[in-house]
Design a binder for this molecule. Structure first.
Ligand code: DGL
Length: 271
């Protein structure tokens, strides 16, 4: 990339996820970097990613990243654990702008938080089957034990807006109880949708268990990267592109995450 083709520091940070989950990352980015423009793509036509193959998730991630680059993004934040686990290692070298996933920052924060050495991880089927969190945690400290379980029912409940609902709580208990019986003291919310259930999860786990929010840790990693070249114009914006119309999207974004959206449009991607 030549100096003249490099996106300027006022270019947007590109962020994507399969649906609304990545907005938890946007909300943390807003807090950490209030002056930045953010362009968010929610692949609502193809959500959820969590039950799909590595090949499919990689293709979707490449298509959305290409769209963000075409829109002038200065960096790509993969606000999706599934895509971070399955696609980022193979596609990141193809882009000239930095690509930041959520997985490594989350694993680093979990290693820092644990005292007992027993860490729980919850995520989509694909994220858990990839063992990406277990590997990233044990690469940092091979002595740590990791109890990872897939929670495939949670993303559909969240996309439906059932955030504070007895059905969601009952399902969470079913997923979390065996892990709590193993004595974990740290739980990684290994899907960017899950911070929307943080209150219920904290209630079930109790105060002895630290919750590691991959959204929060990813935003801190992005801030670290941008600190030497931050946006200087006072024109922060949040523009959203969805790959299909989605009724619940705006409601959850504005109500649960208190985000102000400057524009929302639908753009078809892929075949
Ligand atoms: N929010 C995403 C993740 O962090 C994707 C969930 C899904 O689409 O299944 O894994």
């Amino acid at each position: 990339m030549t100096e003249s083709s490099r996106p300027s520091n006022s270019a947007p940070i590109g962020v994507f996820d399969s649906g609304i989950g990545g907005l938890t990352v946007v909300s943390e980015l807003r807090r950490a970097l209030p002056l930045e423009r953010i362009l968010y793509v929610g692949d609502t036509a193809r959500v959820p990613y969590g039950g799909k193959s590595a090949e499919t998730v990689t293709r979707y991630s490449r298509e959305i990243s290409d769209l963000l680059i075409a829109e002038g993004a200065k960096m790509i934040v993969v606000a999706c654990n599934t895509a971070s686990a399955l696609a980022v290692p193979s596609i990141a070298p193809n882009y000239l702008v930095p690509m930041v996933g959520v997985l490594e920052p989350g694993a680093a924060a979990a290693v820092k938080a644990t005292r007992s050495g027993r860490i729980g991880v919850i995520g989509t089927r694909a994220t858990i089957a990839s063992e990406a969190y277990t590997k990233a945690i044990q690469r940092r400290d091979p002595e740590l034990s990791v109890h990872a379980i897939a929670c495939p029912l949670l993303v559909p409940l969240i996309e439906e807006g059932l955030l504070d609902d007895e059905i969601t709580e009952a399902i969470l208990r079913r997923y979390l109880m065996p892990m709590l019986a193993e004595g974990i003291d740290t739980l990684v919310l290994g899907c960017t949708h899950y911070p929307l259930l943080k209150g219920v999860i904290a209630r079930i786990c109790g105060p002895e268990v630290s919750l590691v929010d991959s959204a929060e840790n990813c935003a801190l990693a992005v801030k670290g990267l941008l600190d030497s070249d931050p946006a200087t114009e006072l024109s922060p914006r949040l523009d959203i592109l969805l790959t299909d119309s989605s009724e619940g999207f705006l409601r959850i974004a504005e109500k649960s995450l208190d985000l102000t959206i400057d524009s929302l449009s639908v753009r078809r991607v892929g075949n």
